[in-house]
Write a protein that binds this ligand. Structure first.
Ligand SMILES: CCC/C=C/C(=O)SCCNC(=O)CCNC(=O)[C@H](O)C(C)(C)COP(=O)([O-])OP(=O)([O-])OC[C@H]1O[C@@H](n2cnc3c(N)ncnc32)[C@H](O)[C@@H]1OP(=O)([O-])[O-]
Length: 726
């Protein structure tokens, strides 16, 4: 709803009220319209002020309403016109947030006053839409085309100080915004409103509008990776530069309807709610986010200042958590310190542009040491040494002795057994996996892995830590590779098998990049370093000295195996770091991947040696074998109860593995393709490759198909309870 009241003197106050974020539901919009009409009809009212309840203006339209079949048209546009046409000045008092439709309401107002801590933006593009209540036509008229295009096509939230510089708001205040807006409204009574009505203003001209727009379009397309909304946002703003307001609005509506029914909007809105849903973790033994409180983290430590450790330290400092950074010797410590300081300086520069500061020269906030005893008073330790079980156990044994009794011990591992690591301590209930993604100060995902003994408090504390670091924490069970990497194994394996059978790395990458991945599996392996997997395979006895003599080159434990990645490593081709991997690069550490004739030649010889008959593999087969094997593993993970639901897998893939968000995540994608089709294709491919377990359809997938292909929301109700490991 919206509450109507009389403010000081002649000002009517309309307060949007729909907790928690004052979303503009149909009821709120109706109440807003009623309030405006009431103010208009009351001769004693000379001005109107619109604000939001609980220190938030509004987060915009109710996103759940977009998927409602009952929703017809957009009722917001006419209400904004009504505000703008008012003969009495209307002032928006923006506190907290004014996003999407919320900002559109503010743009309909004749004046905008914002609190200094408020944020504004048009995030519609991030949920597959555009500001469809005339916002694409009003914003460029107010702040010009370049700034409007940036805000509308990126969806970024801008702070009030930037909004003031852009001319988006008229005043920024540090005091009570509502009172300031009422005072402001009283001051402007009687002033002409014509120049304040944005729909009547011309779009500011640029000397080179055409050239500017064509350059902007190239940039927008490049960043979209197949997502429609940014380009259609662009088209709507472009219409504002070419057509009168009313025609621009018609174009905006047309583009909005294309997006609304595109499928991408549903996927992106699913992703929005999935991200929020995974925060509400539960376990079958009754523990949940509702009943468990996290412990405060007043001081943390990070062990190991390699690539991961450096990023984790940077993240903690940015979150204002005092950190002790520890290395095994002074040489490594100095190297790590230098790298961390460089990262922090870069981050500080970015933050200062946003009027925030970063305090990292103070030893009370960031301390470097080689002395384990310094960790005696920290609340949480994140161990980030390399993936070696013996080393990790040795460190955890030490930590268990040195750290205070309440301290949580986290391990940053991408695959190792949390229970085995915990067994080296006297406090396994306080041991938990925190799998960060590289670069750790940038990537949003934190996979949180609980072991057999991990306490609910440890889970809640890790989830809280993720929030403090501005990451998405997803709680999952303990198995080799957890969720993300476990699903990645069959995907990468298929990519390599396809190359064995006749494809090329660049062809496979292209198909997956066209699908929307930022980089395909081979570019990704080159970036991550081929030696990482090689070390892990050597550890598992799949290659190297511990491989029993006489093991067939392309078989392990009776299943198909490709030694290609091992052979590249034996040729010192570790990827970007050595300038050669699946591709060649301009130099060691180079980033531009070029197809490598050496590799093509090598592949030809390899196929000859192993009598592999080369065949042409089409794009459909590449896509299906890579994606369906990944999805298939996802169904096994769900069946085993390693994750609480398909949303968890999707949030992990979107935030940690570059899955295109406009396709909703692998399990959402599977639901859009239809499970019967996925099953049929997996059956076909597994018949052709009976020695590849990753292609054999998951029993859970088969069960869901047999149950009639239920909607994703119902999948978990078909999972048998006995297998739930949560
Ligand atoms: C008509 C055409 C033109 C207009 C188009 C639009 O306006 S499109 C819209 C453009 N606007 C956007 O895209 C803004 C989307 N929202 C956000 O970016 C963030 O929620 C936030 C910054 C507002 C608050 O962040 P935070 O970390 O403080 O909190 P939080 O994120 O955890 O959210 C709290 C609760 O509120 C819920 N909820 C939130 N917004 C909406 C909504 N619009 N609707 C419905 N629900 C919404 C959210 O699900 C959660 O519910 P739960 O799980 O408790 O049941």
């Amino acid at each position: 709803m919206a509450q109507y009241a009389r403010g000081a003197a002649a000002v009517a106050v309309i307060r949007l009220h729909n907790p928690p974020v004052n979303a503009l539901s149909l009821t709120v919009l109706q109440a807003l319209e009623d309030g405006l009409k009431r103010a208009d009809a009351d001769p004693s009212v000379k001005a109107v002020m619109i604000c939001g309840e609980n220190g938030k203006f509004s987060a915009g339209a109710d996103i759940r309403g977009f998927s409602s079949p009952k929703r017809h048209g957009v009722p917001l546009g006419p209400i904004i016109s009504l505000i703008e046409r008012s003969e009495k000045p209307v002032v928006a008092a923006i506190e907290g947030i004014a996003l999407g439709g919320g900002l559109e309401v503010a743009l309909g107002c004749h004046y905008r006053i914002a609190h200094v801590k408020a944020h504004m933006g048009f995030p519609e593009v991030t949920i597959g839409l555009l500001p469809g209540a005339e916002g694409t036509q009003r914003l460029p008229r107010l702040i010009g085309v370049p700034a409007a295009l940036d805000i509308i096509t990126t969806g970024r939230h801008i702070p009030a100080t930037e909004a003031l510089k852009l001319g988006l708001v008229d005043e920024v205040v540090e005091e009570n915004t509502v009172e300031a807006a009422i005072r402001f409204a009283n001051k402007v009574i009687g002033q002409p409103l014509g120049p304040r009505r944005l729909s009547l203003k011309p779009v500011p001209k640029l000397p080179n509008m055409e050239a500017f727009l064509s350059e902007a379009l190239v940039k927008v397309k490049k960043q979209a990776h197949g997502c429609l909304a940014p380009e259609l946002c662009f088209q709507a703003v472009k219409a504002a530069t070419e057509q009168p307001f009313a025609d621009g609005v018609r174009k905006e509506r047309e583009l909005f309807n294309i997006l609304l029914t595109s499928g991408q909007a549903q996927a992106l809105q699913y992703a929005f709610f999935a991200e929020r849903e995974v925060q509400k973790w539960t376990t079958p033994n009754g523990a949940s986010w509702k009943s468990t409180s996290p412990q405060p983290i007043r001081k943390a430590a990070v062990i190991g200042l390699g690539t991961m450790g450096r990023g984790i330290v940077t993240s903690l400092v940015k979150a204002n958590i005092p950190v002790v950074a520890l290395e095994q010797n002074v040489e490594y410590l100095n190297m790590g310190r230098k790298a961390v300081m460089l990262l922090l300086e870069r981050e500080a520069m970015k933050m200062e542009q946003g009027a925030q500061t970063l305090d990292f020269h103070n030893p009370a906030r960031l301390q470097f040491t080689v002395d384990f005893d310094v960790l005696h008073d920290v609340d949480l330790v994140i161990e980030a040494v390399f993936e070696n079980m013996a080393l990790k156990k040795e460190i955890f044994h030490k930590l268990s002795r040195i750290c205070k009794p309440g301290a949580f011990l986290c391990t940053n591992t991408s695959a190792l057994n949390i229970d085995e690591i915990a067994s080296a301590t006297s406090r396994p209930h306080q041991v938990i996996g925190t799998h960060f993604f590289s670069p750790a100060h940038v990537m949003r995902l934190l996979e949180i892995i609980y072991g057999h003994h991990t306490s609910p408090t440890a889970i809640a504390t890790a989830v809280q830590l993720a929030k403090a670091l501005k990451k998405v924490g997803v709680v999952v069970g303990n198995c080799f590779g957890f969720v993300g990497n476990r699903m990645m194994f069959p995907y990468v394996q298929q990519a390599v098998f396809l190359v064995e059978e006749g494809s090329r790395p660049e062809a496979v990458d292209q198909v997956l990049e066209d699908f929307g991945f930022k980089i395909g599996p081979f570019r990704m392996s080159d970036l991550a370093g081929l030696d990482v997997g090689w070390r892990s395979r050597k550890g598992q006895g799949l290659t190297g000295a511990s491989l029993p003599p006489g093991t067939p080159a392309r078989q392990r434990h009776g299943h198909r195996y490709s030694p290609l990645p091992d052979l590249l490593c034996e040729n010192s081709r570790f990827g970007q770091k050595t300038g050669k991997g699946w591709y060649q690069y301009e130099k060691a550490g180079g980033r531009t991947a070029k197809p490598d004739p050496w590799l093509h030649n090598f592949l030809a010889q390899y196929r000859d040696t192993h009598h592999i008959k080369t065949r042409f593999i089409d794009q459909e087969e590449i896509l299906e074998r890579c994606l369906f094997s990944l999805i298939n593993e996802g169904f096994d993970i769900l069946a085993e109860g390693i994750a609480a639901g398909p949303e968890h897998l999707d949030v992990i893939y979107i935030n940690g593995y570059g899955w295109p968000k406009h396709r909703g995540g692998p399990m959402f994608y599977a639901s859009t393709i239809g499970l019967p089709r996925i099953l049929a294709k997996l059956q076909k491919y597994s018949e052709a490759h009976p020695d590849v377990p990753g292609l054999q359809p998951s029993a859970f997938l088969k069960k869901l198909v047999a149950m009639g292909n239920p909607p994703l929301k119902e999948w978990m109700s078909y999972q048998s309870r006995q297998s739930n490991k949560l």
